[in-house]
Design a protein around this ligand. Sequence first.
Ligand code: FPP
Length: 232
Amino acid sequence: MDNQLKIPRHIAFIMDGNGRWASAKGLSRSEGHRQGAEALKVMVDACSEVGIDAVSVYAFSCENWSKRPQAEIKFLFSLITQFAKNELKKYVERGYRIMFSGDLSQLPKTTFKAIQKVVDAAKNNTGVIVNIALNYGGRQEIVRAVNTILQSGLREIDAEMFEDCLYTAALPPLDLIVRSSGEKRLSNFMLWQCAYSELIFVEKNWPDFGKDTLTDILKEYSQRDRRFGGVK
Ligand code: FPP
């Protein structure tokens, strides 16, 4: 890895294009998601290797429930449950920290239980933070934070207090959001956290992401001039 590269502390991936990857190969959408999970494994390890502190991934949005066939939703949750039982278990052993953003109360019970188990097992770890957004929406996260504040009885807050009520309270600022498959939008992902994030849109579909893709992304990120509202 190039020593001149700037390494973001917190990177997020919108893992898009599993379906298009599969249909281009004459495969089922499920196979696309399966390969998407493989790409996720590779990317998390690659991020940890280069010294990124936190990796957030958009696995399932609140909107996905009503916008995808039931069979696909069922498959996605069985894949996520298997991922929790096998891959996240390995993350626990490697010292990675594991967290989830989203309303987990709506998840299938088996998925919820598998997730709880690994989150609990990783709680004393100190490695890279893997944050999986599941049944997540950026607007929903903001409304949830507002409700937490209202319930506390406070009548005035500042941005820092607001951030403390988000799922990402314990994470470093979000430096970079990457979306695969050439789509150029955020789709309700990390709407508060994206305020000063760099955005990189990659043409490749998510299942085609690998270590070399991360290197290309970091090269582009390193060339960005981040000013946070200041002057050069
Ligand atoms: C978008 O591609 C992808 C998703 C909605 C699911 C993301 C899930 C994975 C990468 C699988 C595994 C995740 C975990 C945490 C194990 P799409 O299906 O919308 O692609 P398309 O736009 O080409 O149809």
